[in-house]
Design a protein around this ligand. Structure first.
Ligand code: UDP
Ligand code: MG
Length: 318
């Protein structure tokens, strides 16, 4: 097929309801821009008919390539695999559920041709998502910005275009609990945003239950900030100050002969409070130690069980 200019990476987890439409819209966009391209679907261990549908597409269309994971490794791992195997000069990452409109790709390409190496989609509005999701997402992006030293743009997901140069750098970053949008900010280069309205899911349900969302949020914070660890020091300082004030109060009360209360309640309260704080801080340390442990084990980020549509050429193992 020769040189590929544009790779579109699409992570897929149980998306049978949307895949035909996603493919149709992507292909329409690609036809419109006359560019050599590949559609690289990463099947992240789907349990529905997604795998079958993807193989069907790959059989009919030589532009379609599919990586099948051996199990569900998660959205961020799927994107990582897509970047590892993509061959284009530019790589666009887009969700399978059509919440990120493929029709924006030409606009991203135009920015790329202007010389930007990263073009990310910034969500102006989110449609068809619960109030809870919108609220927590808004809160999260602001919190993340508050605790990190790098400049992670607000309200951007993984919908973005990366130049080959950036992809090559990203491929060198093999950290385990990945927060890709943070890594992309971290690598630098010339970056710009295009604004869009995040549409509702074309069909099916979110594949990001609260549990996965919290995990991603926590990965984002821990990967780019050590502030949570420092909270222990701040708290310790603050609490010592409080106890000192209380100590003064107790001593003065004693001198004035007013210490008639046995003080059981205050001892219990102080005990509970301090134990709570200590346990929370132990938990925070545990989170970081767990991540160190993940790095030490150094397992691969994903396991590819099967590749479809890749010509037999040199191995691509990162
Ligand atoms: N996804 C994935 N692995 C997962 C969860 C999600 O590859 O474990 C894919 C999913 O198929 C979709 C994209 O990641 O293409 C974003 O997921 P989703 O739309 O469910 O998240 P939301 O938009 O609700 O945050
Ligand atoms: Mg979605």
């Amino acid at each position: 097929m020769g040189e590929v200019r544009l790779s579109v990476v699409i992570p897929v987890f149980n998306e049978e309801e949307v895949l035909p439409e996603t493919y149709r819209r992507l292909r329409a966009v690609m036809h419109g821009i006359q560019i050599s391209y590949e559609l690289l679907f990463v099947n992240d261990g789907s349990k529905d008919r997604s795998a079958h549908l993807l193989e069907e597409l790959a059989r009919r269309d030589p532009h379609v390539k599919v990586l099948h994971f051996s199990r569900n490794f998660g959205h961020q791992a799927a994107i990582t695999a897509g970047m590892d195997y993509a061959q284009g000069e530019a790589v666009v990452v887009i969700d399978a559920d059509l919440q990120d409109p493929p029709e924006l790709i030409p606009e991203m390409l135009a920015k790329w041709q202007e010389g930007y190496e990263v073009v990310y989609g910034k969500r102006m509005k989110r449609e068809g998502e619960t109030l809870f999701k919108r609220f927590t997402a808004t809160l999260f992006y602001r919190l993340l910005r508050g605790v990190t030293t790098i400049d992670i743009p607000l309200d951007t997901g993984d919908f973005r275009l990366l130049d080959r140069k950036v992809v090559e750098v990203m491929r060198l970053l093999r950290e385990k609990n990945r927060f890709i949008r943070g890594l992309v900010s971290w690598v630098g280069f010339r970056q710009t945003a295009i604004e869009y309205v995040r549409e509702r899911r074309f069909a099916g349900e979110t594949k990001y239950p609260l549990r996965k969302m919290l995990r991603l949020a926590w990965d984002g914070i821990t990967a780019f900030s050590d502030k949570p660890l420092k909270v222990a020091a701040y708290l310790g300082f603050l609490l010592s100050l409080c106890s000192f004030v209380y100590l003064l109060f107790v001593v003065i009360a004693k001198i004035l002969g007013k210490s008639t209360v046995p003080g059981w309640a205050s001892i219990v309260v102080i005990n509970l409070f301090f134990n709570g704080v200590i346990l929370i801080m132990l938990g925070v340390m545990g989170e970081y130690i767990g991540r160190i442990y993940d790095e030490a084990k150094n397992r691969p980020l994903y396991i590819v069980e099967k590749k479809v549509g890749f010509e037999c050429r040199e191995e691509h193992t990162p």
